[in-house]
Design a binder for this molecule. Structure first.
Ligand code: NDP
Length: 240
């Protein structure tokens, strides 16, 4: 039986590439999204992958979403916590809502969904949780105290949960993408983007498929000895 995989924010950008790569490699994929119905409908038409609308920052909404996915496809054994947003500005201009929105969508979401799938994973003695962090959670970034805090929180969350899952066949890993060519990065002003690309040793943005390949590797049954790690896929921009 194909393993069921949930990809949050799985209808656009990096998430879309992850959903597709997992499907092409035999997983039974559910893609989640927040509110862009048109993009989700086009995604489902293009890929045949069902899309489920719920807010990953809201525990009750996640509970309902996981219930629906489980009823339609079966219990989730691969969880990719990919949904994320930015609300960039320096701290002197940042309002509490911008802080809160970014923390709940990027970080609280990892708790919400892991909490909801972990019991089944513990019962069957198998699970894969892959959290999408960021280079900016590792290195920090001007104008992103909210985002950097959330993403760096993901890296700590990953290492703690990895320890809890290790004896139960559940691996928990993170991927820290560098700058990837998606809507999120296209929203960065052109002159700023040029400066960013100049600082990437491979001299280009990453492709969503390059992150998806990393997810596939970590999701495999054969990757059971890799847990608590962070895979940096960033064109050499940040080495540590
Ligand atoms: P996009 O903005 O292209 O896509 C975001 C996806 O997340 C959409 O499907 C969106 O749904 C969904 N989403 C947003 N908020 C919520 C929510 N509250 N509940 C459910 N779904 C939600 O993002 P990217 O593909 O660029 O980024 C994907 C992940 O990778 C993020 O976590 C991001 O922080 C991380 N990342 C991205 C980098 C990049 O260079 N692009 C670099 C490093 C990390 P909808 O379509 O309905 O809006």
């Amino acid at each position: 039986m194909a393993r069921v995989a949930l990809v949050t924010g799985g209808t656009r950008g990096i998430g879309e590439a992850i959903s597709l790569t997992l499907k092409e490699n035999g997983y039974n994929v559910a893609a989640n999204y927040a509110g862009n119905d048109q993009a989700a409908e086009e995604f489902t038409k293009r890929t045949g992958i069902p899309a489920y609308k719920f807010d990953v920052g809201d525990f009750a909404a996640c509970e309902e979403g996981v219930k629906n996915i489980t009823a339609d496809l079966g219990p989730i054994e691969v969880l990719v916590n990919n949904a994320g947003i930015t609300r960039d500005t320096t701290i002197n201009r940042m309002d509490p809502q911008q802080w809160e929105d970014v923390i709940r969508t990027n970080l609280t979401s990892c708790f919400n969904l892991s909490r909801l799938v972990i019991e089944h994973m513990r019962e069957v003695g198998f699970g894969r949780i892959i959290n999408i962090g960021s280079i900016n959670g590792q290195a920090g970034q001007y104008g992103q105290v909210n985002y950097a805090a959330a993403k760096s929180g993901i890296h700590g969350f990953t290492k703690a949960l990895a320890q809890e899952g290790a004896g139960k066949g559940i691996t928990v890993n993170a991927i820290a993408p560098g700058y990837i060519d998606t809507d999120m990065v296209r929203a960065v002003p052109e002159n700023v983007l040029e400066k960013i690309i100049a600082r990437i040793p491979v001299k280009r943005l990453g492709k969503p498929e390059e992150i998806a390949d990393g997810v596939l590797f970590l999701a495999k049954d054969a990757s059971g000895f890799i847990t608590g790690s962070t895979l940096s896929i960033n064109g050499g921009q940040h080495m540590y």
